[in-house]
Design a protein around this ligand. Structure first.
Ligand code: ADP
Ligand code: MG
Length: 250
């Protein structure tokens, strides 16, 4: 099931997305588009709904109303084959969620073997290439528990890439890391950006957002308050909400 772009080269389109948990309306009408090859950074205070938006993009959360289109497939359509759509959308979390009882290579091989029915040798060969790409070729047969946080996160990125996704979602991929390990993970993400990967990154790394993002989206209280190119947004914030946020994080 291929992904198709709309007339404006958007691979993702979010239309009036609402999400409530019980009586708590967390997303209050989000509208956004992401073009193929675009890097979008989402910033905003804790609790503003950033993770919920990302989770709605692969239906880890179901929208209460509104539409999310991924490559022409409407996730709000009950007939959509969500597992097919998910093959195209890789996700990396704050906590790496590696399987501790498997080696690093096996973690990366699992989905290609189970979902894409790759042979073990084919999956291993691809895993080794991915490990090389994230600078961990010597760790293929190590257990996740023997790795540093930065190394674990690079394995998690390699694991997501193993499905050959067209879109990568990162939810605070560096927030759980010791400061000295942030750089190595950001470097992998930077390389992906250079290769033209379409990415949405929820991040607290403002310097990084400014450097890699084609566009920055500022969320507060369940709405997109401002969005624009990084230079404009960081140097010339329009709303008091964003000015206040930037004064605390910059
Ligand atoms: P952010 O990622 O911007 O910090 P989240 O999207 O995680 O914000 O959360 C937004 C709000 O939604 C918070 O108030 C949070 O408590 C609530 N929330 C998130 N997930 C759930 C859930 N599964 N059940 C109930 N409330 C949730
Ligand atoms: Mg979050």
């Amino acid at each position: 099931m291929p992904l198709v772009l709309d007339d404006e080269s958007n691979i993702i389109r979010i239309e009036d997305l609402h999400k409530s948990f019980g009586s708590n309306e967390v997303l209050k009408g989000i509208n956004a588009q992401v073009k193929t090859g675009e890097v979008v950074c989402v910033i905003g205070p804790s609790g503003s709904g950033k993770s919920t938006v990302l989770r709605c993009l692969n239906r880890l959360e179901e929208a209460t109303s509104g539409n999310v289109w991924i490559g022409g497939h409407n996730l709000s359509d009950p007939k959509v084959n969500i597992n097919e759509v998910r093959k195209h959308v890789g996700m990396v979390f704050q906590h790496f969620n590696l399987f501790p009882n498997m080696t690093v290579a096996e973690n990366i091989m699992l989905a290609p073997m189970q979902v894409k029915k790759k042979s073990r040798s084919e999956a291993r060969e691809a895993a080794l290439k991915l490990l090389d790409r994230v600078g961990l070729s010597d760790k293929a047969d190590a257990r996740p528990s023997s790795l540093s946080g930065g190394q674990k996160q690079r394995v998690a990125i390699a694991r997501a890439l193993a499905m050959n996704p067209e879109v990568m979602l990162f939810d605070e991929a560096t927030s759980a890391l010791d400061p000295e390990m942030v750089g190595e993970v950001l470097q992998v993400i930077r390389d992906l950006a250079k290769e033209g990967m379409t990415m949405i990154l929820v991040t607290h790394e403002m310097g990084f957002a400014r450097e890699v993002a084609d566009r920055v989206v500022f969320m507060a209280d369940g709405v997109v308050t401002e969005s624009g190119n990084p230079k404009d947004l960081f140097e010339n914030p329009q709303t008091d909400r964003l000015k206040d946020f930037l004064s605390k994080v910059l």
